[in-house]
Write a protein that binds this ligand. Structure first.
Ligand SMILES: Cc1cc2nc3c(=O)[nH]c(=O)nc-3n(C[C@H](O)[C@H](O)[C@H](O)COP(=O)(O)O)c2cc1C
Length: 401
């Protein structure tokens, strides 16, 4: 009802006069634009740049692009004299670069803005999503603006970031309405698909009474991509899930995704540890590889970590990342001996699932052992067997090296 009234009143309102600048801007501001910086490198002096939203592709044959500089712009006369322009399409995180170039004095616009020369010598701003190196070919009058046309000589994309957008006087970025999630490098989509492909195999674990989390390395984090619980596992009436939760993946955390990494990556990982804990970490990685699984003991830290995860499952965002990091740092992993006494303290066991390239792409983590060594041994056999089956189903013989 309210919606109808609102749209009626908008529709019935008399349109404003086109000569009213505020009204003109208000109506035209409903049309979003990207944000570009047109750059040039004068023969003498620092590079120059001008922020424009009016950039557009114009012609394919010949390849022409254009933009509309204001006749009152102080930058435009300098651009007009340049032999080349480079159009930089800014990325969504570059609104600070945009503000700097739009507002700083002409000679200081590139201070603190990293750039490299395009083939013509005009600046390509580091981090821009694409650049178009071009030669000015025509300038036409258009009221209080000019129509500036340029012929494209070189062009390339430079990052997979989303572009910066300008809409209703504010900056933003793009959210697609397409049927696939926007994940151009498949960072999350690939692990989700891996999990989907092995889900039926992993189901053996809850069927044997074990609770199971399936995690994957996603950028610098480990993300829960699946959770399989025995039917009776949920403590509360409300079903909860950790799927989507990022777990800190850093020194002191479980290293299962690093244990089979190439030597250089593993060395870089170990170098992040404090000098005292580098040797223990090297040994821990070797134990994971030899055993084919990672084991975490049920220290007080582990109990608090598990409680924090329960809280997060019930209400995402309730545990600050710093608190999770501190809890992960207190965990106790990869004991040297697996005696009955040690196994009685086991809290989690994780086994890797490898992809066709031999890298661990998922970890199956089981827990809920009730401090019984026989249950832990059975869980180790179950989770490693299940992970090996899952690895084979993804087209790879399990690694044991
Ligand atoms: C998002 C955004 C889009 C802009 N688009 C244009 C444009 O298409 N044409 C233009 O002349 N100025 C545009 N401007 C303004 C110029 O970047 C610049 O601020 C203006 O020309 C005044 O500076 P100047 O006198 O130093 O050139 C835009 C500014 C912003 C922040």
């Amino acid at each position: 009802m309210e919606r109808t009234q609102m749209s009626l009143s908008t529709a019935q309102r008399p349109a404003g006069p086109p000569g009213d600048p505020a009204w003109f801007r208000h109506v035209l501001g409903q049309y979003p634009t990207g944000v570009c910086v047109i750059t040039a490198q004068p023969a003498d002096g620092p590079p120059i740049g001008m922020v424009v939203g009016s950039f557009s592709s114009v012609s394919l044959n010949p390849p022409l692009v254009g933009f509309y500089p204001s006749v009152t712009s102080e930058t435009w006369p300098h651009l007009r004299e340049a032999d080349n322009w480079c159009v930089n399409i800014l990325a969504a995180h570059q609104s600070d670069v945009c503000r700097r170039i739009a507002t700083a004095p002409l000679a200081e616009r590139f201070e603190g803005v990293p750039w490299r020369p395009a083939p013509s010598g005009a600046p390509i701003i580091e981090g821009a999503v694409a650049w178009i190196d071009c030669v000015p070919v025509a300038v036409h009058d258009a009221g209080d603006h000019k129509i500036a046309l340029a012929e494209v000589r070189h062009l390339d994309t430079a990052s997979s970031e989303l572009p910066l957008l300008f809409f209703r006087s504010g900056y933003g970025s793009f959210a697609p309405l397409t049927l696939t999630a926007y994940d151009p490098e498949m960072r999350l989509t690939r692990p989700l698909r891996h999990f989907e492909l092995i889900r039926a195999i992993a189901q053996e674990l809850p069927d044997q009474g074990l609770r199971c989390l399936v995690t994957a390395p996603v950028s610098e984090s480990v993300v829960v991509v699946g959770q399989l619980d025995p039917p009776s596992a949920s403590a509360s009436d409300r079903p909860t899930t950790l799927v989507g939760q990022r777990l800190p993946f850093r020194p002191h955390g479980p290293s299962i995704f690093e244990a089979w990494a190439p030597a250089a990556e593993q060395a870089a990982w170990v170098a992040k540890f404090t000098p005292d804990s580098q040797e223990p970490e090297i040994q821990a990685l070797a134990r994971i590889r030899e055993r084919g699984f990672s084991i975490g003991l049920g220290s007080e830290g582990h109990r608090r970590f598990a409680a924090a995860l329960e809280r997060l499952a019930a209400e995402p965002g309730t545990v600050p990342n710093e608190e999770l990091d501190a809890l992960v740092a207190s965990l106790d992993y990869e004991p040297a001996e697996l005696t009955d006494e040690v196994l009685a303290q086991a809290r989690v066991v994780s086994a890797p699932v490898f992809d066709g390239g031999g890298q661990p792409v998922l970890a199956l983590t089981v827990f809920g052992f009730k401090a019984r060594p026989d249950v832990v041994r059975a869980a180790i056999a179950a989770v490693t067997g299940c992970a090996a089956k899952a690895t084979r189903s993804l087209g790879q013989a399990p690694r044991r090296d």
